[in-house]
Design a protein around this ligand. Structure first.
Ligand code: FES
Length: 116
């Protein structure tokens, strides 16, 4: 069990927003969906795309590099790469789908804390 560290204030993250935070030198993304907060690795398990720069739809984030999608509520792969192009096929062969590491989040007063 890790310890909870503050990564943001509630007012700093709007509904539907996603941002990168760096507690203890780690690259983690923080997202707010319908007043719930989610935290996960900011680096895509495929080739390290920065997921905080991706698109958030509900709790699903789309990687800005090759469009893999992950559910931030559990880290599960929703889609591994996009389309049937050569890059996608090679990427799929070279790297098997891997879930995203997620982190426990809690809110205390006006602070958002992540367990790391
Ligand atoms: S780096 Fe994210 S899908 Fe390739």
């Amino acid at each position: 069990m890790g310890k909870f560290v503050e990564v943001s204030k509630i007012g700093e993250l709007k509904e539907g927003a996603i941002k990168a935070v760096n507690p203890a030198g780690r690259e983690i993304l923080l997202a707010r969906v319908e007043d719930k907060y989610y935290a996960a690795d900011n680096r895509c398990p495929h080739m390290g795309g920065k997921l905080a720069q991706g698109k958030l739809e509900g709790t699903v984030v789309t990687c800005p590099l090759h469009s893999s999608q992950f559910d931030l509520s559990n880290g599960q792969v929703v889609r591994w790469l996009k389309g049937a192009g050569l890059t996608s096929k090679l990427g799929g062969v070279l790297k098997r789908p891997k879930p995203l590491t997620t982190y426990n989040v809690k809110v205390k007063e006006d602070k958002i804390l992540i367990e790391i």
